[in-house]
Design a protein around this ligand. Structure first.
Ligand SMILES: C[S@@+](CC[C@H](N)C(=O)[O-])C[C@H]1O[C@@H](n2cnc3c(N)ncnc32)[C@H](O)[C@@H]1O
Length: 271
């Protein structure tokens, strides 16, 4: 049986459902991409149309399928130290400012690879005496399954391809990658990264402020009004002078006043 067609009206209905429940806007996810990402679920559930699938996830008793659809439609191509120049820029900044209690926030942390990349950077800087020993990375997301996996800190080797062999020796626990293909983040690193559930549309719990915030690959999914709410909530937690990172392709989505553009996808909050 060939793939059923994802009709325009079904695509619009699905977009409406995501928008209503999560403030996710689908303008950037093409109909063909949506169709191919959801196709395996239709097959698995024995459904013969996208219309039936959308009807299923619109019901309250969907057996978790709505979250599954969100996962499939927002799953990034993950790997450590993605957009390496952003990490280089942060490294120079922290080496210049030399904060004693650096606090970094990975605000759409997904499976945690971004948060652990930041933790490796901080651990190295601490060892070189360029930042204080009391540092912390916060990783937040709405997806509890991803957060659990992040806290476990187990990654396939392909995802670690951005980590230098030297860092991998230092921060990756062998486990038995030969048999499992997985590498676990060392306990010393894991205890410096805190993972919590947080919806970006609400204020972050607690009063802490951050020296740098990463909000990569999530703004694209929000409609314009939700994007403004999210940016306001997130930037309220950035210290004046602190750095704000989004994906380089998302630079144009950040129109909040009070930010100076430093490099593609990188902003500094005005003092
Ligand atoms: C594409 S991933 C981004 C991963 C990572 N930041 C990167 O650049 O590779 C988007 C993440 O945003 C999360 N997300 C979607 N809506 C959210 C919301 N309202 N609040 C917090 N996280 C949300 C999703 O669960 C998903 O894990």
């Amino acid at each position: 049986m060939g793939l059923p067609e994802l009709r325009e009206d079904t695509y619009v209905r699905l977009g409406g459902l995501m928008q209503e429940n999560l403030g996710l806007g689908f303008a950037t996810v093409k109909r063909t991409v949506v169709a191919s990402r959801l196709a395996p679920r239709l097959q698995r559930l024995g459904l013969d149309s996208y219309e039936a699938y959308v009807t299923l996830i619109a019901t309250a008793d969907d057996g978790g399928e709505f979250q599954m659809a969100v996962d499939l439609l927002t799953t990034p191509e993950n790997h450590f130290f993605r957009e390496l120049m952003h990490f280089d820029l942060l490294e120079s900044e922290l080496s210049r400012v030399r904060p004693q209690r650096p606090r970094l926030w990975s605000a759409s942390t997904s499976f945690g690879d971004e948060a652990y990349s930041l933790a490796m950077l901080l651990a190295d800087l601490q060892q070189a005496g360029r930042v204080g020993a009391d540092w912390l990375v916060l990783g937040t997301d709405t997806n509890e399954r991803r957060l659990r996996s992040a806290a476990e800190g187990l990654y396939p080797q392909a995802q670690l391809r951005g980590v230098t062999p030297e860092r991998l020796r230092r921060y990756g626990l062998g486990g038995d990658p030969a048999s499992t293909g997985l590498v676990q983040m060392q306990a010393g690193l894991r205890e410096r990264v805190r993972f919590e559930r947080h919806d970006l549309r609400a204020p972050l719990h607690g009063a802490q402020g951050f020296d740098a915030i990463w909000l990569r690959q999530v703004l694209v999914y929000f409609d314009a009004a939700t994007r403004q709410t999210v940016l306001a909530q997130v930037l309220a937690r950035l210290h004046p002078g602190g750095l704000f990172f989004v994906g380089t392709a998302e630079q144009g989505l950040v129109t909040t006043p009070g930010l100076d553009a430093l490099a593609p996808g990188v902003f500094r909050k005005q003092v």
